[in-house]
Design a protein around this ligand. Structure first.
Ligand SMILES: Nc1ncnc2c1ncn2[C@@H]1O[C@H](COP(=O)(O)OP(=O)(O)OP(=O)(O)O)[C@@H](O)[C@H]1O
Length: 232
């Protein structure tokens, strides 16, 4: 459903030009959970911004199959849930915002979807500062899935959470995928989480995809020395 072909991106000009992505190719199939791993600065977030059309590529294409309304079909969740939410808004306001074009009962839709991320109606009247880290990330996640996207890009969404909350969010992602068929592109430098969650993974190094790993018997098998080093 997502196909990225020969994608390249640079920042700056002349002597300051920096090539950040080089000839990146990847796919995410319908209902698939695919990972992207790589060290800090390898270009993962730049790639997610290009997928979301927040920036444009120098070369190459990002295409979605069977998508007529891009913004309703593809959503992103970022790492820092607090920064992504207006601190003076209640959870109800935060969740209503992406539904402003929805016809029908927005409150009823929100109440229905709360259960999908294990939140309760009592959370709706709270402000982000009155939520735990895990609850904040669940609100963040819910905000992105309210429009019922076909693809959800998760950019380091469990990175700053403790292990227990990480586990809870990962289980939630699995459940959403299972129950709604939403495809997930899961960007992370946490290799354990990626190995647990994804069936395929792309390994990025210095703006290039150096290898695609496929799971066998619950583990990824790799050949490229960099991937072997990462997953050792
Ligand atoms: N707007 C920008 N202008 C200039 N350089 C940028 C810009 N955005 C990213 N870069 C550079 O592009 C490279 C890739 O950054 P990116 O944030 O995509 O990496 P990343 O793999 O997501 O890293 P991390 O895991 O630390 O978030 C880095 O060297 C970064 O400094």
């Amino acid at each position: 459903m997502l196909k990225i072909e020969n994608l390249s991106k640079s920042y700056g000009r002349g002597k300051r030009k920096k090539n950040v992505l080089h000839d990146v190719n990847l796919t995410v199939g319908e209902e698939e959970i695919v990972g992207i791993v790589g060290e800090s600065g390898s270009g993962k977030s730049t790639l997610s911004r290009l997928i979301m059309r927040l920036e444009s590529a120098d070369e190459g294409t990002v295409s979605f199959a069977t998508v007529d309304n891009f913004y309703a079909s593809c959503q992103i969740v970022f790492q820092n849930a607090s920064a992504a939410m207006n601190p003076s808004w209640t959870v109800r306001d935060i969740l209503k915002e992406p539904l402003r074009k929805m016809k029908g009962d927005r409150d009823a839709h929100i109440r229905e979807m709360l259960e999908k991320v294990s939140l309760e109606e009592k959370h709706l009247d709270r402000r982000p500062s009155e939520l735990s880290g895990g609850e904040r990330q669940r609100v963040n996640l819910l905000r992105s899935i309210l429009v019922e996207p076909k693809l959800l890009v998760c950019d380091e969404i469990v990175s700053n959470l403790d292990r227990l909350i990480q586990k809870e969010i990962v289980e939630l992602i699995q459940r959403l995928n299972r129950e709604t068929g939403m495809a997930i592109l899961f960007i992370s430098h946490d290799l354990d989480v990626v190995e647990h969650l994804c069936n395929r993974v792309y390994v990025m190094k210095s703006g290039r995809i150096v290898e695609e790993g496929v799971k066998r018997d619950g583990r990824f098998s790799f050949e490229h020395p960099y991937s072997l080093l990462l997953f050792e």
